[in-house]
Design a protein around this ligand. Sequence first.
Ligand code: NCN
Ligand code: DMD
Length: 349
Amino acid sequence: MSLLKETLLKIEPVDKEKMSQAREHVDGLLKPVGSLGVLENIAIQIAGINPDILGGELKKAVLVFAADHGICEEDITSAPQPVTALMTHFIAEGKSGVGVIAKKAGAEVFVTDVGVNAEITNPKVRNKKIRLGTGNMAKQEAMTRLEAEKSFEIGIETALEMIKNGYNILATGEMGIGNTTPSSAIFSVLGSLSPEEVTGIGANLSEEKLVKKSSVIREAIALHNPDPKDPLDVLAKVGGLEIGAMAGVMLAGASMKVPVLIDGFISSAAAALAVGLNPDVYDYLICSHNSAEKGAKKGLELIGFKPFLHMDMRLGEGSGAALAFNIVEAAQGMYNDMGTFSQAGIDIV
Ligand SMILES: O=C(O)c1ccc[n+]([C@@H]2O[C@H](COP(=O)([O-])O)[C@@H](O)[C@H]2O)c1
Ligand SMILES: Cc1cc2nc[nH]c2cc1C
């Protein structure tokens, strides 16, 4: 059996009984019921995923996947394609946005090349290259179905390795010039949304080129007709290699009862595919921030995510997810260390 199938079969729903016990505990803490809002929700969610993680020290990893996109040939990005390879190197060196944010949160960043269109010589970048970037989806399918499956499996393998090494909370991140285009295409297909509704400026595309970007997406979808009920078909026809790998991390996290923090627009497109493959994955994902990318709001609504950080960020790399580690730790602190009404002899619950 393939690793993807095996992983999907292993995923169980979160433990609703543990969640209602956790809700009871949270409601008994020294505060008006509900007054710690999202911190309460996160603690209860993690209790349903794995109470040991809620009660213990977090060992945090941001898993960044880098890849290139053939669609760059259509001139719908502001930055040139070689920036992917350059930034992949700088992310691995800790010199990018996610590097500094993760450091403050005490998280490690691991970078994997799943399809950068250049040789990466930095030994800190893990080499799992599937191909040298996707095909240009305006003319051909982005990748084969087999490559799509492989991208999921690299994400699964990477996450399983991290979990084996003791990491008990993961965050997804990516680097890939052009990857807002496949992300918009994925949301357009899965949500039957018009490309215009879910297409934005990415890494600062000009307004004139934005019109072209939407029409390229519309034409690619019309050319390949991806099946919205088949996430692998959507990924293969209009997706990206790093998007598949991030979805794989989410599946592996769910299969091992480990929470996965979701970053911005591209990470959430991966989440939409992962949840499409198995709806139980949803409860293992923690959506961190609402990216300022146009389309992020619609995309998150489609999945049913409610982000709790509103930072006007749209960097990607896992930067927003890394920022949210501190929020998860605050939720743990609330759950484990706050006094209770019964200890205090107060009876107003
Ligand atoms: O995470 C986000 O919400 C996000 C929104 C816009 C852009 N990005 C980053 O910018 C790159 C993609 O932008 P573009 O315009 O080249 O498609 C890619 O490397 C992403 O990490 C990321
Ligand atoms: C400089 C730069 C850094 C990035 N990080 C993620 N996407 C990016 C795009 C650019 C252009």
